[in-house]
Design a protein around this ligand. Structure first.
Ligand code: WTA
Length: 663
C-alpha cells in the first residue's frame, strides 16, 4: 500500500455510533476491557465456562515452556458434544442448526440439532468401522454440503484430527497434504455445484491417493464418498465406500468420550513464506473457547432469535471457526450455502438473506467490492431489513467498501465489524464490538477483551500514534496454534524468533496506529500474498512455475488489484530453446496460457496468475535474492524504485524495455 493511500486512509473521519438498542442489550459491555486486562487468566477461565467440561482444568495457562502453550491444563471435554448434544439435552433439539441451501434453486434442507446429533453419531460409527481411531487423521475434501460439517464433528467426536482441504485445490496440493499429515481416510463427494454446473471432486482424490502412494509411499486406506451430483465416478471396491450405503445405515447412537483439553482437534494447511504449506495445529479446549467467546461477543449473538450466515468455505479457517465450531458451540441457527454468489442470478445472496431472515452476516471485502461493481439495484431489490450486524474478514476493507456495505446491505443501521485474525490465531483477535465501539471505516480498531496486541518497530519498540510497524500479539491466547504439524522448529522460527526476547507472536502483517490509537491492518510484510482473501505463497507459485519444462526461473509478486485486493503476477525466464517460440508469439502467447494452466493444475484455480510476463532476467541482489519490491513496481505500473543493491543494475531496464516493446 502506498504512503499516499495510507495517509488518505488515516484521514478517514467518518464515524458510526453503535445503535442505541444494540448497545443497551449488548452481550459484552465496555467494562469487559478493563476486567480482562486486570486478570487475563480469570477472564479466559470465565470464557471457558461457556463450554461443558467432564473434568475441570487445574490450571488456566501453562506457559512454562514458551512458545509451547497449554490451556486449561487437566481439563477434559468433547468438542462435538459441546457443538451438538448438549443443545439437544437442554431441550433445544428441535431448533434448526443449519438451513442448508444448495446451489440449484429449491435444493435445500433444514437440519435441527437433534437431526445433527443423529447424523454425527452415524458418521462417527462409520469412521470407527473404517478403522479410524483416536489420533488418526482424516482428510476432508468436500463441497459445502451438510455432510462436510457432519464429518468434521464426527472426527471431533472420536478424537480423530481432521484436515479439511479446500475443494478448489488440485490433486497435487491434496496429495502433499495427505502425505504431510498422514491421512488414513479421506471423506469426499462425487462432486458439488459451482456456477450452475456440477463439478467433480472424486477424480482429484483418486489421483491424489495414487500420487501419495507412488511418490511418498503413503497409503490412504479408505475413501468415504457422498453422492451429491450423481455423476459418474471411478470406483475401487477395496477402498471406496458410499456414504449412503454406510453412514446412512449406521446406528444413530454413539457414546462420545471426553478428550484432554490439549487433544489435537484439527490441522489446517496455510501458505507460508516457503514453498511447503504449513499444517497449523489447533487443539480442543482453548480453540473451542476462543471460537465460542468471539462468535458470541463480536457478533453479539442472541442464539434464540438470530439467524447467522458466514459465506466462507469450510476449506478455510473462517469456515472452521465461524461456521462449524463457534456458531454450533453457541447453539446458533445458521445458513450454509453451497454455491457461488451469482448462481443462478446475481442477487442470490440477497435472496437467501430475505428468505431466511438473516440477522448477522459475515463475508469478505472482495465479495463486497464485486457487488459494488454490479450496482446497488441488485441488493435493493430484496428486503434486507432483518440484518443487524455485518462482519468483514480476510483482508483490509477499504473505506468505500465498508461504507457501501453498511449503507446498501445494512440499510445504514448495522454496525460493521472488521475482524482481524489468522489461521494461526484460531479466532478473532482485533475487532470492534458492535454494541460498544464506534465504527471507523477501514480500521479493525482494538484487540477484543482478553487479547493484547501492539504495533512495534523492528527493534520491538511500541510505535507512537500516527506511525506504522509490525503487528504483534504480546500475550498468549487460548485459540492460538500449538505448533506446525511435525515441525516444532518451523513454528518457533516463523512466529516467535523475531521478537524472541520479548516473547511476542509475530503475525507477519504490517499495521498502523492512527491518532486515536486505533489499528489499521495494512497487509502482509512477508512473501505471502492475499488474493480475494486467500493466502498464497509467492514461493509456492514460483516452484509450480519452475516445475514446468519450459521454465528456467520464476519470480512471483502480489500486485494491487481493485477487485481481488492483490493479484498474482509472475515474471518468468524461459529455457533457451523456448525463447524463440515466445518471441514469435508475443504477449498472450500460448506459452503464457500454458503456464497459467500449469499453475492451476499444480496448486488450484485460485493460484492461477493474472499476468505472466516473459522476461530475459530477474532483478537479484549480490547474494542472489530476488528483489520482489522492484517487480512489484513494474506490475503496479510505478516508476521502478532504488536499484543500487542489484548485482546488475541494468536488469530493470531490460525488463521494462521488454515489457514496453510488448515482447
Ligand atoms: C489478512 C483469515 C486486514 C492478514 C481469517 C492476515 C486481514 C491474513 C483481516 C490471514 C482484516 C485477515 N484486515 N487484513 N480484517 N483479516 N487479514 O490465515 O494479512 O486465511 O495475516 O485467515 O489475512 O489469513 P488467513
Amino acid at each position: 500500500m502506498s504512503e499516499q493511500t495510507l495517509s488518505n486512509l488515516l484521514k478517514e473521519d467518518r464515524r458510526f455510533e453503535p445503535p442505541t438498542d444494540l448497545a443497551a442489550d449488548a452481550n459484552l459491555k465496555e467494562e469487559a476491557y478493563a476486567r480482562a486486562a486486570e486478570d487475563r487468566e480469570a477472564f479466559w477461565a470465565e470464557q471457558a465456562e461457556r463450554l461443558d467440561w467432564t473434568q475441570k482444568w487445574d490450571q488456566v495457562l501453562d506457559w512454562s515452556n514458551p512458545p509451547f502453550a497449554q490451556w486449561y491444563v487437566g481439563g477434559k471435554l468433547n468438542a462435538a458434544y459441546n457443538c451438538v448434544d448438549r443443545h439437544v439435552e437442554a431441550g433445544r433439539g428441535d431448533k434448526v442448526a443449519i438451513h442448508w441451501v444448495g446451489e440449484p434453486v429449491d435444493d435445500k434442507r433444514s437440519i435441527t440439532y437433534a437431526e445433527l446429533q443423529a447424523e454425527v453419531s452415524q458418521a462417527a460409527n462409520t469412521l470407527t468401522e473404517l478403522g479410524v481411531g483416536t489420533g488418526d487423521r482424516v482428510a476432508i475434501y468436500m463441497p459445502m454440503i451438510p455432510e462436510a460439517v457432519v464429518t468434521m464433528l464426527a472426527c471431533a467426536r472420536i478424537g480423530a484430527p481432521h484436515t479439511v482441504v479446500f475443494g478448489g485445490f488440485s490433486s497435487d496440493a491434496l496429495a502433499s497434504r495427505l502425505v504431510d499429515c498422514g491421512a488414513k481416510v479421506v471423506v469426499t463427494a462425487d462432486g458439488g455445484y459451482r456456477r450452475g454446473a456440477p463439478s467433480a471432486l472424486k477424480p482429484a482424490v483418486d489421483e491424489a491417493r495414487a500420487k501419495a502412494a507412488e511418490r511418498d509411499g503413503h497409503t490412504v486406506e479408505k475413501v468415504l464418498v457422498v453422492q451429491r451430483t450423481g455423476g459418474e465416478v471411478a470406483w475401487d471396491d477395496d477402498v471406496d465406500v458410499w456414504w449412503h450405503e454406510s453412514v446412512a445405515k449406521a446406528s444413530p447412537e454413539h457414546q462420545w468420550e471426553a478428550f484432554d483439553a490439549e487433544h489435537p482437534l484439527y490441522v489446517m494447511y496455510t501458505s507460508g513464506t516457503t514453498g511447503k504449506p504449513k499444517g497449523i495445529l489447533h487443539t480442543t479446549g482453548g480453540y473451542l473457547t476462543g471460537c465460542a467467546y468471539t462468535h458470541w461477543a463480536v457478533f453479539d449473538l442472541k442464539p434464540e432469535t438470530d439467524v447467522y450466515w458466514c459465506t466462507a468455505d469450510i476449506g478455510w479457517v473462517t469456515g472452521h471457526s465461524y461456521i462449524v465450531y463457534g456458531p454450533l458451540a453457541n447453539g446458533a441457527t445458521q445458513v450454509l450455502y453451497e454455491g457461488t454468489p451469482d448462481a443462478p442470478e446475481k442477487g442470490r445472496w440477497w435472496q437467501i438473506i430475505e428468505e431466511y431472515g438473516v440477522t448477522i452476516f459475515y463475508t469478505a471485502p472482495t465479495a463486497i467490492r464485486s457487488f459494488m461493481k454490479q450496482g446497488r439495484e441488485i441488493p435493493d431489490a430484496r428486503d434486507l431489513s432483518s440484518l443487524r450486524v455485518l462482519g468483514s474478514v480476510g483482508e483490509p476493507i477499504n473505506p468505500e467498501a465498508y461504507v457501501w456495505y453498511r449503507e446498501v446491505v445494512g440499510g445504514g443501521r448495522t454496525p460493521v465489524v472488521d475482524t482481524w485474525w489468522q489461521t494461526e490465531t484460531g479466532s478473532i483477535m482485533i475487532s470492534p464490538l458492535p454494541g460498544v465501539t464506534h465504527g471507523k471505516p477501514g480500521s479493525a480498531m482494538i484487540p477484543i477483551p482478553g487479547v493484547s496486541a501492539d504495533v512495534v518497530t523492528e527493534e520491538g519498540e511500541s510505535v507512537p500514534n500516527g506511525s506504522g510497524g509490525y503487528l504483534v500479539l504480546t500475550e498468549p491466547w487460548p485459540s492460538m496454534l500449538r505448533t506446525i504439524w511435525g515441525d516444532d522448529q518451523r513454528y518457533k522460527d516463523t512466529y516467535w524468533s523475531r521478537y524472541a526476547q520479548q516473547g511476542w507472536y509475530f503475525a507477519g502483517d504490517g499495521a498502523k496506529k492512527d491518532d486515536d490509537g486505533d489499528l489499521w491492518v495494512l497487509g502482509r510484510v512477508d512473501d505471502v500474498m492475499n488474493v480475494s482473501g486467500h493466502r498464497l505463497s509467492t514461493t509456492e507459485i514460483e516452484s509450480a512455475l519452475v516445475s514446468h519444462p519450459k521454465v528456467a526461473e520464476a519470480a512471483v509478486v502480489g500486485a494491487q488489484d481493485p477487485d481481488t485486493g492483490q493479484a498474482v503476477c509472475a515474471f518468468v525466464i524461459l529455457r533457451d530453446e523456448f525463447i524463440a517460440e515466445a518471441d514469435d508469439a508475443g504477449e498472450g502467447s500460448d506459452i503464457v496460457e500454458e503456464l497459467r494452466n500449469h499453475v492451476r493444475k499444480e496448486i488450484g484455480a485460485i493460484a492461477k496468475p493474472r499476468q505472466i510476463m516473459i522476461v530475459p532476467e530477474l532483478p537479484k541482489t549480490r547474494s542472489g535474492k530476488i528483489m520482489r519490491r522492484l517487480l512489484r513496481d513494474v506490475a503496479e505500473h510505478r516508476e521502478v524504485g532504488d536499484v543500487t543493491t542489484l548485482a546488475d543494475s541494468t536488469v530493470m531496464d531490460l525488463i521494462s524495455g521488454r515489457l514496453t516493446s510488448g515482447k
